[in-house]
Design a protein around this ligand. Structure first.
Ligand code: NAP
Length: 339
């Protein structure tokens, strides 16, 4: 019988945690024991794994005895505090928060782009999952970079509320209902009304005028692509439930035709070419939601520079942007490193 692995999901009751459970089930990950961890608020709740009841337990420093792999998605503070305890207990942590991403001793991994970096998990027992917007961008750009060497990226994002978690999904749902019934919209999660609006602020502002989300896209892209690419980003929250969209402009060292870019995207792992403008076909969040491909379309020449392309890239932020990417890392870990 093939080996099975004991898995803990930290943040099992959240938007990403719920998707992680689904991904492990769907992909038939060889799970031995499964442990669901959350705050004291949810401790005692019953969730399921493959039809069997699993009790949600409160996260403590002693939660990781006998755990092989701990999938963390309970916010940066919890990851900072509890990943070292999990690693000390012998669990390898795959962390969805931003806590460890820029740590030089922690690999930051998107399997389609830099799976080899997983080997670096041994230093701290932690592997970081990148920011959702960064993941879909690098999956789409990797084949183009390998072919033509990207020098500069200008990206604007259109990000779904599910990227902020379960409370934000509820905030958009309630605001839409209230406003359509002529009542005022209460705001708790976002600084302004999100229904029928768009907010050019994701996370807090840094001293340089960019938001933390924008700077994550700059710094994480360079770490994952292992290249000195210039990146500038504008991150915008829009009233969509699932699926982040990105308008991406790249400048390359070598010329790359639209036809070649389409061929490369169509052949690239994790990418789906969705580009037939004559038929009105291009990526949209309603189509990308619920599946794992990064959809790429609207590929066209940037006619304002010598070697430039524009693309429109859409993916499910909870799946490929978080849970699927983490489970893919776990799959490589058990196949290549833990056998
Ligand atoms: P969420 O829906 O708000 O869920 C948060 C989870 O964390 C819940 O399970 C919650 O448990 C748990 N939690 C909160 N405080 C805790 C504590 N003190 N101790 C133990 N557990 C605690 O948020 P989410 O969207 O799933 O995001 C979770 C993490 O993933 C964040 O770090 C986020 O940045 C990252 N991430 C999210 C996305 C995305 O697209 N949503 C993408 C990439 C990365 P309770 O039920 O007990 O409150």
């Amino acid at each position: 019988m093939s080996k099975k692995w004991n898995i803990a999901i930290v943040g099992a009751t959240g938007a990403v945690g719920a998707q992680m459970i689904e991904c492990l089930e769907e992909r038939d990950f060889p799970v031995g024991k499964i442990k669901y961890l959350a705050s004291s608020r949810s401790a005692g709740e019953i969730l399921e794994f493959k039809g069997k009841a699993v009790l949600v337990e409160e996260l403590t420093h002693d939660s990781f005895d006998g755990i092989d792999i701990a999938l963390f998605s309970a916010g940066g503070e919890r990851s900072k505090e509890f990943c070292p305890s999990a690693a000390k207990a012998g669990a390898i942590c795959i962390d969805n928060s931003s806590a460890w991403r820029m740590d030089a001793d922690v690999p930051l991994v998107v399997p389609e782009v830099n799976a080899h970096a997983i080997a670096g998990y041994k230093k701290k027992g932690i592997i970081a999952n990148p920011n959702c917007s960064t993941i879909q961008m690098v999956v789409a750009l990797k084949p183009l970079h390998d072919h033509a060497q990207i020098k500069r990226i200008v990206v604007s994002t259109y990000q779904a509320v599910s990227g902020t978690g379960k409370k934000a999904i509820e905030e958009l749902r309630v605001q839409v209902g209230e406003l359509l019934n002529g009542r005022p919209a209460n705001t708790e999660v976002y600084p302004h009304q999100i229904a029928f609006n768009c907010l050019p602020q994701i996370d807090s502002f840094c001293d340089n005028g960019y938001t933390k989300e924008e700077m994550k896209m700059v710094n994480e892209t360079r770490k994952i692509m292992e290249a000195d690419i210039k990146v500038t980003a504008t991150a915008v929250r829009i009233p969509v439930f699932f699926g982040h969209s990105e308008s991406i402009n790249i400048e390359t060292a070598k010329e790359i035709s639209v036809a070649t870019a389409m061929e490369l995207i169509a052949a690239a792992p994790g990418c789906e070419l969705v580009d037939d403008v004559a038929e009105g076909i291009y990526p949209m969040p309603v189509d990308a939601a619920g599946q794992d491909f990064v959809q790429v379309g609207r590929i066209r020449k940037d006619e304002s520079i010598e070697n430039g392309l524009n693309l429109w890239v859409v993916a499910d932020n909870i799946r490929k942007g978080a849970a699927t990417n983490a489970v893919q890392i776990a799959e490589i870990l058990i196949e290549k490193y833990l056998k």
